[in-house]
Design a binder for this molecule. Structure first.
Ligand SMILES: *[C@@H]1O[C@H](CO)[C@@H](O)[C@H](O)[C@H]1NC(C)=O
Ligand SMILES: *[C@@H]1O[C@H](CO)[C@@H](O)[C@H](O)[C@H]1NC(C)=O
Length: 315
């Protein structure tokens, strides 16, 4: 079940939920839009019948007024107690889509506390089911029908949505090219086989699941045995004062992805950046992995969409 502490993570939430309550029913869902032309521009629109979706994940699309040729796609996943609408309103993904011409998918959790299924064996397995398959199906639908560039399909998310981003990167490396993880955990850290899909893994949350890089990497490899293609680039962000998903999770993520990429376990560089707040350090381990630690920041690190876009090669 949802941890109450976790639900308190997003500050502006109750207000946004009130706003949403008034507008939720305004737009009709579109079934299986087989072209971008079938989707209204510059408004969040629900889509249905986009492929295999065993948990009935809700799916919303944001198409900007001017879509770029062969557009990029970003899947933006909300935190617990959030929704697609709330994440859409509380982030800059949509306004940046207007600037850069990419398309955004905002999935919405079907579970009561709106945490994501990041714990079931199904969700942690390539084409195995769970929430991740529903989201991957929507991305595949976009690839098959909307002219999306397969080399530019990305995932980003906050908290539970950050965990989902890691799950998508680990279980669907054939679909996603990069992930931006804001205050999440390593792939497979929440694993709780046989328990309800949106289960809370207290051991992981508290930073008490400490494994070797090899053990973490093995969880990624086991998600899609036999996959030998390129793995998605990963950028992870975490606050040192996070008491929901303790900061040890940042260092477990580093062990995992440096091992997956075969990078050294210590960064090549670790610097403050002029465009980030004081106290943020940007550790680079290689071209495909960066880890940003925010000194004194709790759960969650604010969104840095512009930096995610740069990492994705979109800005
Ligand atoms: C980068 O440097 C900061 C500040 O010295 C430190 O707290 C952080 O742990 C370092 N990051 C990594 C990944 O080593
Ligand atoms: C981190 O440093 C790398 C290497 O200099 C740079 O490419 C990247 O943009 C930086 N990331 C952030 C979020 O500052």
């Amino acid at each position: 079940m949802v941890s109450f502490k976790y639900a308190l993570g997003a500050i502006a939430l109750p207000l946004l939920q009130l706003i949403w309550a008034g507008t939720a029913a305004s737009a009709a869902a579109i079934s299986a839009p087989t072209s971008l032309a079938a989707i209204p521009a510059s408004t969040l629109t629900q889509i249905t019948n986009f492929g295999t979706n065993p948990n009935n994940v809700l799916m919303f699309v944001y198409k900007p007024a001017k879509v770029a040729a062969k557009p990029a796609l970003i899947v933006a996943s909300h935190f617990c107690t959030g929704t697609a609408q709330i994440y859409f309103e509380g982030s800059k993904f949509a306004s940046l889509a207007e600037t850069h011409g990419f398309v955004v998918l905002f999935p919405s959790s079907p579970h009561p506390g709106t945490c994501w299924d990041v714990s079931s064996t199904a969700t942690l397995t390539h084409n195995g089911g769970g929430d991740s398959l529903g989201i991957a199906s929507a991305a595949r639908f976009a690839l098959a029908n909307w002219g999306v560039d397969p080399a530019r399909v990305f995932a980003a998310g906050t908290s539970s949505g950050a965990m989902m981003t890691s799950v998508l990167a680990g279980a669907y490396p054939d679909v996603f090219r990069a992930g931006a993880v804001d205050s999440g955990v390593a792939f497979g850290c929440f694993a709780l086989p046989g328990q309800p899909d949106d289960s809370w893994n207290e051991q992981c949350a508290l930073g008490e699941l400490v494994l070797t890089g090899q053990q973490w990497a093995q969880r990624v490899f086991n998600a899609f045995p036999g996959f030998s293609g390129a793995r998605p680039k990963m950028q992870v962000w975490h606050g040192t004062a996070d008491t929901t998903l303790f900061p040890q999770n940042f260092f477990e993520e580093i062990k995992q992805w440096t091992t997956v990429f075969g990078y050294p376990s210590t960064p090549l560089s670790n610097v403050s950046e002029s465009f980030l707040p004081a106290g943020y350090s940007n550790a680079t381990f290689g071209p495909n992995f960066q880890a940003i630690l925010a000194q004194g920041v709790g759960h969650t690190v604010p969104l840095f969409e512009q930096q995610y876009l740069q990492f994705f090669g979109l800005a």
